[in-house]
Design a protein around this ligand. Structure first.
Ligand code: ADP
Ligand code: ZN
Ligand code: ZN
Length: 747
């Protein structure tokens, strides 16, 4: 008998029989089964002896097996099982997320309109519509299917739980019918590059000699390698030689015939980083970038699975890469927010990486200059080993002092009217230019003006679908919603009072760029933010290469400038408005702002000449600023941990947020009250706290009202059982409930 997790957002696993005459399929195999009258893809996850008590009387055989062997080994299945339990996600959905799309057998069920469906959106018969209980969204969906003739159901199901429920409703009522068929996994594309892992190590003499700190850290890791599970925090400033340590410990693991997995933030996965791994390990590295086409990604997956390649290097989802005999798991910049998957199956890749190491008795190495406070506390408590690299690795760089951090009190040095650069910072930029050196100006908001308001009546232009103000993008001549992507034309007249008094407030990178160009007409100025990134990954790499060659004098950018690159000639970093980030209504605001500031500070003074950081702020006494001046992350972390403990925030408690969304605010609010009530009842007599329901800080997103219920407490098992209780409530089909375990976003 086979236990199958189906690739649908449904809870639980289901039993099927093997195909008559065929041998038993191993766990991890992909299959097609008939499920509730439909053909769906699924994965074999177990081989029970007896059918479970709730199994149907007649157990069906699977319809067929897909592919030429299991896509998961037991180790990754175990990881997925754990993840499904921990994140309260259906196992089938987790497994889908763990396979690259090129490897997935996807259901190619197509949706088509029935006669009734066509009638329902036929304008001439609108009188009949009223009786049919179809809302505008239902009709819009019918129209979409009609226009496309047919639509992939898998696509709809994956797009959102609400869409999937809507489709189900329309099928049930006979407006839509489904045609079946399963598309198998793609065939392996032709191999490119060299086979196997022949010459993988560069010649010994070309490797730098480790400094004493690196030596000590490496010796500790070496001592732990192959001795079972352990996690180490490798804390070291940018340039302190963390990557060199990763390379060495991985080389050792490979020498012993074991595999390694390296996770980095998506935007840090640059050609330079990949080249560094390739220089050391040749073809023994599979680089799993999102820019890699699905077919190649699937091929890389197979090479890893067959053991032809021993090292996987990738972003978040590479945590599921089928590395064989895994001995080392590295998470670089472990504090980075991009490790959290924020839709569908919401997981944290760092935490899964640790779990994977633990299940596989491997070594986990978490590297950061500014570890997240959860990790930091685990190191303080001795749960993680704590390795420190306090100086720059390059001996010449180590001899130079760390860049100085100067605080510019904006109350004393206000920028000229409408400007953003305070006089001292403007002066410093000018001197840097004159010296033929480069500056970086960091502001974590893109666009020109972040708010457009009317001077006559006070109206603020907001997105029609979201409760957020629109950002003015001057160069594109558009107003943009940064939350839903909605684009609107720039207007001259106020839509409320008709006066020509609309005005932009709040500065984004685009306005900084225009002010800098005006102020330093001879300078070569460039901007790097998501708008630049619209030119594709290639455009980013190109721009960074220009900066590296010294072809840019002043680089203005968002957090995209903080990562991954070694610019030798940058001697000045200006941090323009940290206050904005520090005072966000989020308990992690200070931590995040400190991390960003320290990271961008690390861009300065990496070459021959010393660096200088200038921070403009109205709040020079804020701990994030005070500790930054001394480059004292530990001081900051201890201070911040004390605050978190006093307030009962993570890492001293664990949290789950229950998010409810729907068109009708009152209906959502009612459901949110029901959910909060259920959570309170289920957590009675425990120390769990239930907060809410309350409107989410972004009260409306993409036309949907949003409410939240927060659960927090030290007892994780209780927290999960209470969350599960709310998941099983039957709510209105117009309201969607999402459970986010260990949420990173409070919005
Ligand atoms: P991190 O990952 O902490 O930013 P890297 O490992 O990238 O640091 O090291 C920073 C720079 O110093 C790189 O150019 C690297 O090649 C070099 N480097 C690393 N270790 C040494 C060493 N022991 N001696 C000399 N140079 C080193
Ligand atoms: Zn007005
Ligand atoms: Zn919007």
């Amino acid at each position: 008998m086979l236990e199958v997790a189906v690739a649908l957002p449904v809870d639980g696993v289901f039993v099927y029989r093997d195909l008559p005459g065929a041998g038993s399929l191993p766990s991890g195999s992909q299959v097609v089964v008939s499920f509730r009258g439909r053909k769906v893809a699924g994965f074999v996850v177990g081989h029970p002896q007896e059918p479970p008590p709730d199994a149907p009387k007649e157990i069906l055989p699977i319809l067929r097996a897909v592919g030429d062997g299991p896509v998961f080994d037991e180790a990754i299945l175990d990881l997925c099982r754990w993840a499904a339990g921990y994140y309260l996600a259906p196992l089938g959905e987790v497994l889908c997320a763990a396979v690259p799309s090129g490897e997935r057998a996807s259901s190619s069920r197509r949706l088509r309109l029935t006669e009734a469906g066509r009638a329902a959106i036929d304008a001439n018969r609108s009188s009949r519509l009223a009786a049919m209980a179809l809302d505008a969204d239902d009709r819009a969906l019918l129209a979409r299917i009609k226009k496309a003739r047919s639509l992939s159901q898998g696509h709809m199901v994956r797009s959102s739980a609400a869409a999937s429920r809507r489709v189900g409703f329309l099928i049930e009522r006979g407006f839509v019918e489904v045609t079946d068929g399963i598309r198998g996994a793609r065939a392996t594309p032709k191999r490119v590059g060299v086979e196997g892992c022949g010459t993988v190590f560069a010649a010994g003499e070309s490797l730098p000699r480790l400094n004493v700190h690196q030596e000590a850290a490496f010796a500790t890791l070496l001592g732990a390698l192959g001795k079972g599970y352990a996690t180490f925090l490798l804390q070291g400033i940018t340039g302190s030689g963390k990557t060199e340590i990763y390379l060495r410990i991985i080389a050792e693991a490979r020498k012993r015939g074991h595999g390694a997995l390296v996770l980095v933030p998506e935007i840090a996965l640059t050609p330079q980083l990949a080249a560094r791994f390739r220089a050391r390990f040749g073809d023994d590295v599979a680089v799993l970038h999102s820019a890699v086409p699905p077919g190649e990604r699937a091929a890389a997956w197979r090479r890893l699975r067959r053991g032809e390649v021993g090292i996987a290097l990738g972003a978040r989802s590479a945590v599921f890469a089928p590395v064989r005999d895994l001995a080392v798991v590295v998470v670089d910049e472990e504090h980075d927010g991009s490790f959290k998957q924020e839709d569908g199956f919401r997981y944290h890749a760092r935490d899964l990486a640790i779990m994977r190491a633990s299940q596989g008795r491997a070594l986990a190495v978490l590297g950061s200059a500014t570890p997240c406070l959860e990790t930091y506390r685990n190191a303080l408590l001795g749960r993680f080993g704590h390795l420190l690299l306090p100086v720059r690795a390059n001996p010449a760089a180590a001899a130079r002092p760390l860049p100085t951090v100067e605080v510019i009190d904006l109350r004393q040095h206000p920028p000229g009217s409408g400007g953003i650069l305070s006089p001292p910072l403007a002066m410093a930029v000018e001197r840097t230019l004159a010296a033929g050196e480069q500056s970086i100006l960091f502001l974590n908001r893109r666009g020109f003006s972040t708010v457009v308001h009317c001077r006559a009546c006070g109206l603020v232009l907001r997105c029609k679908a979201c409760a957020v103000s629109l950002t003015l993008h001057q160069a594109r001549g558009r107003l943009l919603c940064h939350y839903c992507g909605r684009v609107e034309p720039i207007r001259k007249l106020c839509p409320q009072c008709g006066s020509p008094s609309l005005e932009g407030m709040g500065t984004g990178t685009e306005r900084v760029e225009s002010q800098v160009r005006e102020r330093f007409p001879g300078a070569r100025v460039a901007r790097l933010d998501r708008d630049t990134a619209d030119g594709g990954r290639g455009r980013i790499d190109e721009l960074l290469a220009e900066v590296g060659r010294g072809d840019i004098d002043i680089l203005i950018g968002t957090q995209m400038v903080t990562k991954g690159h070694d610019f030798g000639n940058v001697t000045l970093v200006g941090i323009l408005q940290p206050d904005q980030g520090i005072h966000l209504p989020d308990f992690r605001a200070a931590e995040r702002t400190f991390q960003l500031m320290e990271q961008v500070a690390g861009r300065a003074g990496r070459g021959e000449r010393p660096g200088r950081i200038m921070v403009q702020t109205y709040d020079p006494e804020h701990p994030a600023i005070r500790f930054l001046v001394r480059h004292d992350y530990d001081g900051f972390a201890r201070d911040e941990l004390a605050r978190r403990e006093a307030a009962g925030y993570p890492p001293f408690t664990r949290t789950v947020v229950l998010r409810l969304e729907g068109k009708d605010a009152r209906e959502v609010e009612r459901a949110a009250h029901a959910v909060a009530g259920r959570a309170r009842a289920a957590s009675a007599a425990s120390s769990l706290r239930v907060l809410g329901p309350g409107q989410a800080p972004i009260a409306r997103l993409r036309g949907r009202a949003r409410f939240q219920v927060w659960l927090s407490g030290a007892d994780r098992a209780k927290l999960l059982s209470v969350s599960r209780a709310t998941q099983h409530m039957s709510l209105s089909r117009n309201v969607r409930l999402e459970v986010d375990v260990d949420p990173q976003s409070v919005l």
